[in-house]
Ligand binder design. Sequence first.
Ligand SMILES: [Zn+2]
Length: 104
Amino acid sequence: MDAPTKTVSRGKVMTTYHGPHVPSHPDPDARPLTWRPGARWTDRERIRAHSCSCRGVVFEFVGAAGQYFIRRTTLQSHLIEETERMVSSRAEQMWADLFSGKVY
Ligand SMILES: [Zn+2]
């Protein structure tokens, strides 16, 4: 009876693993990030973390060759965008700011 599922509204059953959400409405004074055209996968990259995909947009924290960036994928249009490459400390701060609505 303690299976890792729960029933949510509309009768939909979802697993309890539900990644975090990026706020749909960032803070009024939030800072826009620069999103540039991205590419799907290179074999050297690793996804360190990702957001929940239930809102149609997935954010991924990606490490590649000692550098880090955030990828934003809009599922319906398959639009893939990425931030610039950064050192880990800066990318981690940006990732945290994204989920707290300070950047978008
Ligand atoms: Zn969700």
